[in-house]
Design a protein around this ligand. Structure first.
Ligand code: KG4
Ligand code: ZN
Length: 344
């Protein structure tokens, strides 16, 4: 059995996790979120410096959580992309340093493969094939996934403009809520009426190559117009705008994901990425999957948002599939598309 140490630094979370044989042994996380809040979004230089500051203490905390020492680590996996270049470099540098110091193999891993593999830490191996809806701050995609360690992922559709999480963050800002916007919108939506405003469901009935594509920028503009129009007389309550916006996003995501399952005869839907932490998305997905006879898998919220364990989970699958490790001269790839989970 090989213990794989995973490192994640693609955005504002410094994550380290340890996985062996599909099992999560321990993990630790440090976030620079609060340092970005006043800018309304992640500032790459601040994120990179925070990763460098936090890396060794997060590493120690993850090892302590797992009850193992550095010498017990048999392989290292790291997010090599996509993400913020300066932030990725910190994780890649740390992974190479560990690989050299410990004389262990290192695997350059795709961040979105990590989000997918996160679910295996809670629910076991993924069925082949399965439909995956990735909804994060930077990505919104419907993917047909087979063996994540060996086979390329098939992209059925992506967002043509904003990612779902990005839309949550931008609309939260328009509504004067904090950053990150997703958790804020789900919090205030609890007291709102999701039917108060009928926001657009872009591309919902689209066919052809747009059948599985998403678009959220019109929704953001619609929310901005409602807020602007209400400046004189107060307008609708923030909770109603938030709940109606959230309902529109959730409706489009779940409708398209279930259409993809039906069209491809796939019986399992896996929803991953930061937005999968959204309680309303989880509830509507559960309802609609039950109606359609589709098995739904969504990891617990702590495994939905960025973390190191998900990267270790990919590394663990690669090790067990006997895949050759990455050459030590690999570099960060800030905008690499997901095809294979192993980047080099
Ligand atoms: O996967 P993630 O942690 O980082 C990226 O790879 O982007 O996703 C972060 C995104 C942010 O846009 C955040 O607002 C959103 O996930 N998010 C949520 C919730 N929690 C985080 N969106 C909606 N509802 C939530 N509860
Ligand atoms: Zn992510």
């Amino acid at each position: 059995m090989t213990i794989v140490l995973g490192i994640e630094t693609s955005c504002d979370e410094t994550g380290v996790g340890l996985v062996a044989d599909g099992r999560l042994l321990g993990a630790a996380l440090s976030s620079s979120m609060d340092e970005h809040a006043r800018f309304g979004g992640v500032v790459p230089e601040i994120a990179a410096r925070a990763h460098a500051d936090a890396m060794t203490s997060v590493l120690d905390a993850a090892l302590a959580d797992a009850g193992v020492g550095l010498d017990d680590v048999g392989a290292i996996a790291v997010t090599a992309g996509p993400g913020l270049a300066t932030a990725l470099h910190v994780g890649v540098g740390a992974a190479k340093a560990l690989a050299l110091a410990l004389d262990r193999p290192v695997y350059a891993v795709h961040h979105l493969a990590g989000h997918i593999a996160a679910d295996t830490l809670e629910h076991g191996p993924l069925p082949d094939p399965c439909m995956v809806l990735v909804v994060s701050g930077g990505h919104t995609s419907l993917l047909l996934v087979r063996d994540l360690a060996r086979e390329p992922v098939l992209h059925l559709g992506d967002t043509i403009d904003d990612a779902a999480g990005e839309a949550f963050d931008k609309v939260a800002r328009i509504l004067g809520l904090g950053y990150p916007g997703g958790p804020e919108i789900s919090r205030v939506s609890v007291d709102g009426d999701p039917t108060a405003l009928r926001f657009p469901r872009a591309l919902l009935g689209a066919g052809g190559d747009r059948r599985y594509a998403f678009s959220f920028s019109g929704l953001k503009t619609a929310a901005a117009r409602v807020v602007e129009a209400g400046r004189a007389d107060g307008g609708p309550p923030v909770a109603d705008v938030a709940a109606s916006f959230q309902e529109a996003v959730v409706d489009v995501l779940t409708t398209k994901a279930l259409a993809a399952c039906a069209d491809h005869g796939v019986g399992t839907l896996v929803v991953v990425g930061g937005v999968a932490a959204n309680p309303r998305l989880r509830a509507v997905a559960a309802e609609r999957c039950a109606e359609a006879g589709v098995v739904l898998r969504v990891p617990r919220p702590g495994l939905c948002t960025d973390n190191g364990a998900m990267i270790a989970a990919v590394g663990d699958q690669l090790v067990r599939a006997d895949r050759p490790p990455s050459p030590l001269d690999f570099s960060a790839r800030p905008s690499v598309e997901l095809q294979l989970s192993l980047l080099t």
